[in-house]
Design a protein around this ligand. Structure first.
Ligand SMILES: [Zn+2]
Length: 262
């Protein structure tokens, strides 16, 4: 996908198969299209690649090569190979947040999977997902391996410049240190929202929470602020788990908002 002069690629690491209870209070009878034949909600595990100004940036790294009851990941390396990117080509990895389906591809065999990359994530996630996590927690061990290898750099404050045309913005609530990323080139712009928005239905039902929201009220306020800013604009919006990882636009103006892929 072209954003002005920049090349943005969606990469699919695998599939989450979530129980309906993941979506707090959602009436699935009114949304049968969301439910797969096994009674679960299937959503992709997305990552994005951006090459800008000689810098190769990977946004999120998926679940990694594991299979658990709710998900299977591990496709990211072959997805990168398919677009001509080797692990050592990646200069920067941005983590929208420290949930395992976003950082699971960072470490392979107890070593950084992207040996030359600086890995950046919101510092406000560190306490809960590293310091307070059990020592055997895979996410904690992942971040400890990267810290020991000297590969970590913090993400703090508003509007953090990452590379030409790429800026990080705090989008807290799903996790305390959650960041979204703004890609801009010429007069075109795309916003990648990680899990600040789990599904497009949250435009129509802004209070719809997911059980992994650390602070559901703050997450809802963040979503509302995002929609207000994007509604009716040409800005493309994407997230880590949107259907087929398609970006789209936020339509509104009639007291209701929609996500329109394309
Ligand atoms: Zn996620």
């Amino acid at each position: 996908m072209r954003i002005g002069a920049l090349d943005l690629v969606a990469l699919d690491d695998g599939l989450c198969k979530l129980p309906q209870a993941f979506y707090v209070g959602l009436d699935f009878a009114a949304h049968p299209e969301l439910v797969a034949a096994d009674g679960r909600v299937h959503i992709p595990i997305g990552c994005y690649l951006l090459r800008t100004g000689g810098t190769t940036v990977l946004i999120d790294t998926g679940l990694g090569d594991v299979e658990v009851t709710w998900a299977k990941g591990g496709r990211l390396p072959q997805e990168l190979r398919a677009v001509g990117v080797a692990p050592e080509d990646v200069d920067v990895v941005l983590c929208s947040h420290l949930h395992i389906d976003h950082i699971g591809g960072l470490v392979v065999d107890e070593a950084p999977a992207f040996p030359n990359a600086t890995v950046r994530s919101g510092t406000a996630d560190w306490e809960q997902f590293v310091v307070e996590a059990p020592p055997e927690d895979r996410g904690r061990r992942t971040m400890e391996v990267l810290a020991a290898a000297g590969r970590l750099a913090p993400l703090e404050g508003d509007m953090v410049d990452i590379a030409p045309g790429l800026t990080a913005r705090p989008t807290p609530g799903h996790t305390p240190g959650h960041y979204g990323f703004v890609v801009s080139s010429g007069d075109e712009r795309a916003v990648l929202l990680g899990d600040a928005v789990e599904c497009p239905l949250q435009l129509e039902e802004p209070d719809l929470a997911v059980i992994s929201d650390v602070d559901p009220a703050l997450a809802a306020r963040t979503r509302e602020a995002i929609w207000r800013e994007l509604e009716g604009t040409e800005t493309l919006v994407g997230a880590a788990h949107f259907p087929e990882l398609r970006l789209g636009r936020v339509l509104g103006g009639t007291g209701k908002r929609w996500f329109v892929p394309g």
